[in-house]
Design a protein around this ligand. Structure first.
Ligand SMILES: [Zn+2]
Length: 416
């Protein structure tokens, strides 16, 4: 319980010293990625503990509330794996998160299995695979599909067609494991391995237990700073949820995605709390993004203020490594605003590049823009590429150009 006190002290020192500096952002990122918030997911209620921490930050900056409090609640179903995961390959223990991932929608699986291997990139192996599916599996057959992403459902569909399923599906990735959140429970157990970990191995001993949650309650957080003009609003948003934990040891800290974006929203809130803006500015922190934009979708259907008042919304997701600059999703849709942002950067020479992209359903701006609300999603370009894995830790992000991004956004808002 030492951390909150230390955090409070550091944040107070930053605020008292007028410390609009990188240390403030670093502290927020480090705290959000600590084991205390369990990867801001569903295991151990990490996401709601992070919400409490962030509400305290809103309170500390005296942000105004739209209603009686900073939060709104909503729920959705989610599958989790909160218990100890055991997996031995040829009697050697393997680690969830590092050697393999239990797929997010995986049900329970326990027992000893024989690994039967097929290389999905080899045409002869492919013929043999479909022959095997046609003939059927033994009760302890675990089907290993090398070089096939878990997203590829063609083998699963063939199994369905013949009514012959293996006890367990295993797919492999060459280099990296990428985790997700599932709002449904899969019919059959499935795992994804780093290919070299399972290649040419014979057997697997596994014990995975899932916990299905019918209705997990999350919070969206909303606060604002009153501007000189109150007829319309600028909005900064970011999602604070991430993937949480798998088992008792694999934590997904989500430093880049999206502790970094949350820290930027708080950094800007801190700035505007000391420099009164022209237009009122709302700061929205969503949950449920990784589960499929659940929080922002709920907010657009149950807004805490009139959404028509939004002059412009800037969603920030993945803001840890801007050494190459930033990318603006929806820049094509809002060309006028994009051009303002780009020419401001050209004049001030803050970032190497401000790149344009079209429409994409890839973060919390999406449901706003679908309603015709002018909105963009900005992410940073650069970094080591840790994404939805256990390596996206606070120390892995460099915060290069972080303050320049903030300067650019502050200048941009002045011109809107
Ligand atoms: Zn994200």
């Amino acid at each position: 319980m030492k951390r909150p006190l230390i955090t409070l002290l550091i944040l107070c020192v930053c605020l008292i010293s007028g410390g609009q500096d990188l240390q403030y952002a670093k502290t927020i990122i480090k705290d959000l990625c600590s084991t205390e918030y369990k990867g801001r997911g569903y295991v151990g209620n990490g996401v709601n503990q992070a919400a409490d921490y962030l509400e305290a930050r809103f309170d500390q900056m005296h942000l105004r509330k739209f209603g009686c409090n900073y939060s709104q609640r909503y729920s959705f179903p989610v599958n989790t794996h909160p218990y100890k995961i055991r997996c031995d390959i040829d009697k050697e223990a393997k680690a969830a998160g590092y050697d393999f991932l239990v797929d997010a929608g995986c049900p329970d699986i326990k027992g000893h299995y024989d690994l039967i291997h097929f290389n999905t990139k080899d045409s002869l192996d492919k013929i043999l695979l479909y022959k095997k599916i046609e003939k059927g599996f033994l009760a302890d057959d675990a089907l290993v599909l090398h070089h096939q992403s878990y997203k590829d459902k063609s083998v699963y569909d063939s199994c369905k067609e013949y009514g012959h399923f293996p006890a367990l599906f295993i797919t492999t990735e060459d280099k990296k494991l990428t985790h997700t959140i599932s709002r449904s429970l899969n019919e059959y157990p499935s795992l994804t391995f780093i290919d070299s970990t399972i290649l040419n191995k014979d057997s697997m001993e596994i014990d995975v237990k899932h916990e299905w949650i019918d209705s997990f309650t999350c919070k969206n957080l909303m606060g604002y700073i009153k501007g000189k003009k109150t007829d319309s609003l600028i909005v900064f948003s970011a999602h604070y949820d991430h993937l949480g934990m798998q088992g008792i040891s694999a934590m997904f800290p989500g430093a880049s995605d999206n502790a970094s974006g949350v820290s930027m929203v708080l950094y800007l809130a801190e700035y505007y709390s000391r420099h009164r803006p022209d237009y009122s500015i709302a700061f929205l922190l969503f949950s449920g993004e990784e589960a499929g934009l659940m929080g922002s979708h709920y907010f657009t259907e149950h807004p805490s203020f009139d959404l028509k008042k939004i002059r412009f919304l800037i969603n920030i997701d993945i803001m840890g490594n801007a050494e190459k600059g930033i990318v603006v999703v929806n820049g094509e849709e809002y060309r006028k605003q994009f051009d303002i942002l780009k020419s401001l950067n050209d004049t001030l020479k803050l970032l190497p590049e401000v790149r344009i992209r079209g429409k994409a359903k890839n973060s919390d701006h999406y449901y706003f823009s679908e309603m015709g609300i002018p909105s963009v999603f900005i992410y940073s370009d650069g970094g080591a590429g840790f994404y939805h894995d256990v390596f996206d830790v606070a120390n892995s992000i460099n915060l290069t150009n972080y303050e320049n991004v903030a300067k650019l956004l502050i200048g941009f808002v002045k011109k809107l």
